[in-house]
Design a protein around this ligand. Structure first.
Ligand SMILES: O=C(O)C1=C[C@@H](OP(=O)(O)O)[C@@H](O)[C@H](O)C1
Ligand SMILES: C=C(OP(=O)(O)O)C(=O)O
Length: 426
């Protein structure tokens, strides 16, 4: 696909697709209740559809209406043994959260796998603690999927575990396993990561406590059913927010987005760089929601990102790198090694595409350094079949000096199926 550069200033009001992380969790929580739950405005992207299919394979009864999914679940235990493998597609969240939920089953065989990218992502981070809890969980060599889980008839023990990395997927995997364990668990994360699992479970009446970086989980009964609306995805909003900031004179309003503080770290980063962004909160339960208002900025200045900030911006680093390319001075990101373990090696993918666009960038093992300001040159964008790389560099291409090409724009369907239509709305 071709992308023209030199996009002119715009003034627009948009909504973005619903939040991917929250949709995954609501589908899984609905399965964990025996009654009927209603999920309004879920994201129906490729990743969350993988989760929904697995919910059905495990015995959830799913009714699809326009913009609404109704699920009559199975309760927290005794899922149907699936008659086939559970295909998690491209989705790390799906495989890691279901592993926690299924490792604590008392019977059944569950095989979890995914596409080529997912089969190369690290699963040792979940296999090690789940095995300590007593799970029968097996993998290919080097802790790679497919994973095979065989129910443990005596159930799992709780765990007191210091996570070696900040990861909301690992934390959520252990919380789900802990809810079905025979004793209490304490899970400690180095720096806070997104907390949708804790917030929504607590809203549903589950006894789960968070004190500093420790999460206390207690054995639980089936979840209560719910009727919840999924807000807009701040990670999807980030592409449009950065685009508006980088074109002086532009104005953009993004409506009804999840404003959970652990998801909008990128807004703090951009403000530090001099961006004009205002948040207008409209509701708070179970997640803060509101509008984001952005104005184009004449001049941005460089900023540094340290390890403790990384979990709050983990999915936005590709788009933040574009803002850094146009900012004045040297920006450095450190402590982001885990970015190499996403749908692609995102550190390498970012540096490869920035260089191709004529931007001064130095790759480091755990991040990169960008020296700006740069003029963006049109180029052949390589997506590495990674949705966030595709969207971040489409934004860069819109700001470039001429026409660019992108190799696989369709990978955006993982999290933002109508990304290119939304761009046209501007
Ligand atoms: O829990 C989640 O919904 C997610 C957690 C993050 O992954 P990690 O837990 O691997 O950091 C993030 O990158 C991913 O897009 C979604
Ligand atoms: C890393 C991502 O998702 P997942 O880990 O669920 O594949 C993402 O959406 O950027």
């Amino acid at each position: 696909m071709k992308i023209s550069g030199k996009l002119k200033k715009f003034s627009s009001e948009i909504s973005v697709p619903s939040d991917k992380s929250i949709t995954h969790r609501l589908f899984i929580f609905a399965l964990s209740s025996k009654k009927e739950s209603v999920i309004r405005n879920p994201l129906l992207g490729a990743d969350t559809l993988s989760t929904l299919t697995i919910v059905e394979q495990l015995g959830g009864k799913v009714e699809r209406q326009e913009k609404i999914i109704i699920i009559k679940g199975k309760g927290l235990r005794d899922f149907d043994e699936p008659t086939d493998i559970l295909n998690c597609g491209n989705s790390g969240t799906t495989i890691r959260l279901f592993s926690g939920l299924l490792a604590s089953e008392r019977k059944g065989l569950f095989i979890l796998t995914g596409d080529n990218s997912l089969r190369n992502r690290p699963m040792g981070r979940i296999i090690r603690p789940l095995s300590i809890m007593g799970a029968n969980i097996f993998s290919r060599k080097n802790f790679l999927a497919p994973l095979a889980i065989v129910g443990n008839k005596s159930g799992l023990n709780g765990i007191n575990y210091e996570m070696p990395i900040s990861s909301a997927q690992l934390k959520s995997c252990l919380i789900l396993a802990g809810l079905k364990a025979n004793s209490d668990s304490i899970i400690v994360e180095p720096f806070p990561s997104r907390d949708h699992t804790e917030l929504i479970l607590s809203y549903l009446g589950i006894n789960i406590k968070k004190i500093n970086n420790s999460i206390y989980v207690y054995p639980s009964e089936d979840l209560n059913p719910f009727d919840l609306t999924v807000p807009g995805d701040p990670s999807s909003a980030a592409f449009f927010v950065v685009l508006a900031i980088l074109i002086p004179g532009s104005k953009l309003l993004v409506r009804e987005v999840c404003l959970n503080p652990l998801r909008i770290g990128y807004i703090e980063v951009l403000k530090r760089m001099g961006a004009k962004i205002t948040l207008e909160y409209s509701s708070f339960s179970p997640e803060p929601i509101g509008n984001i208002f952005v104005e184009g900025t004449e001049k941005l200045t460089a900023t540094n990102i340290f390890p403790e900030e990384v979990p709050k911006i983990i999915d936005e680093i590709p788009i933040i790198s574009i803002a850094m390319a146009l900012a004045e001075g040297k920006s450095e990101i450190s402590g982001a090694f885990d970015l190499r373990k996403k749908e692609s090696d995102r550190i390498n993918a970012i540096c490869f595409n920035l260089k191709n666009m004529g931007i001064k960038v130095t790759e480091k093992e755990d991040g990169f350094i960008v020296e700006g300001p740069n003029e963006i040159r049109s180029s052949n964008i390589k997506t590495f079949d990674d949705h966030r790389i595709a969207m971040a560099f489409t934004i860069a291409a819109l700001l470039a000096d001429g026409e660019s090409q992108i190799d696989n724009p369709s990978c955006c369907s993982i999290s933002f199926p109508d990304f290119y239509d939304k761009l046209k709305e501007l």
